[in-house]
Design a protein. Structure first.
Ligand SMILES: *Cc1c(COP(=O)(O)O)cnc(C)c1O
Length: 256
């Protein structure tokens, strides 16, 4: 596997992940204390890293994992679901740009989608989750938790959306669609800080958008923000979910 030394033994990799995870948890502790914040949920972004790493992190108590490509996520989720040595309460968070034709696949394994950014995707996800529910019966999957990805690039327009996401002005209308859609649950907002810009104003803007959303939908309190580089700034701005990849798992140097 790319960034990981393929010759490393599982024990050595477990030791490395233990050390890296502890360092990230310490950073979170310090920021939570400093900003008197509520401790956010740590989602470990496992993209480009093997299912074996997810298995080791599950041994370390992690249950929330983030993926940004359906094919990779679906394969990992299926591999781990059939492994009796893996706890079966893992939650897969889909955090990448999502095409509507992947909705049916994502509905098979995802607990949440953080990258809901347009009405056509809401419709596709609702239909897909309903399909899974019908196929699996009442004990089947719960409603899919949906976060609206917001584009925080101040230069973003409907034509150039940069790193993806709905424009801030479109968030409430999209929320209304999610709330009206069967089998979906509106959870909150998500954003990636614009590349090369100070994350602080971006996360402050996200907090304001979240406040506007919860004024209408008081339960939709999730704020998914903060990655390896900017988790402190995200905690300062009230993040409820962090999405941390490389600082836990190491660099993703080679594409598969
Ligand atoms: C890859 C990714 C992350 C994790 O980024 P790191 O810098 O590795 O922590 C978080 N959010 C999204 C949307 C991603 O695609």
């Amino acid at each position: 596997m790319p960034a990981d030394d393929p010759t490393a033994s599982p024990a050595a990799r477990l030791a490395e992940l233990t050390r890296r995870l502890a360092a990230v948890e310490r950073r979170i502790d310090v920021a939570v204390e400093r900003f008197a914040a509520v401790r956010p949920t740590l989602i470990v972004v496992s993209k480009f890293h093997p299912a074996q790493d997810v298995k080791l992190l599950a041994q370390l108590g992690i249950r929330d994992f983030g993926e940004n490509r359906d094919q990779e996520a679906g394969a990992k989720a299926a591999e781990l679901a059939s492994d009796v040595a893996v706890p079966q309460d893992l939650r897969w968070h889909f955090i990448g740009q999502l095409q509507t034709n992947k909705a049916r696949s994502v509905a098979q394994y995802a607990h949440s989608v953080h990258s809901v950014d347009r009405v056509s995707l809401v419709t596709a996800l609702s239909r897909a989750v309903l399909g899974v529910k019908e196929a699996t019966g009442p004990a089947g999957r719960p409603d899919l938790q949906c976060l609206i990805q917001v584009n925080l690039d101040p230069a973003a327009t409907a034509e150039s959306k940069g790193r993806g996401g709905a424009l801030p002005a479109d968030v409430l209308a999209l929320a209304e669609q999610i709330v009206a859609a069967p089998a979906l649950e509106l959870r909150g907002v998500m954003a990636v800080a614009p590349l090369g810009a100070d994350p602080e104003p971006a996360f402050a803007a996200l907090a304001e958008i979240s406040a506007r959303l919860t004024a209408t939908y008081p339960w939709a309190t999730a704020i998914s923000a903060g990655m390896s580089q900017d988790l402190e700034q995200a905690i300062a701005a009230g993040a409820t979910h962090l999405r941390v990849g490389s600082d836990v798992l190491g660099p993703r140097t080679v594409l598969r």
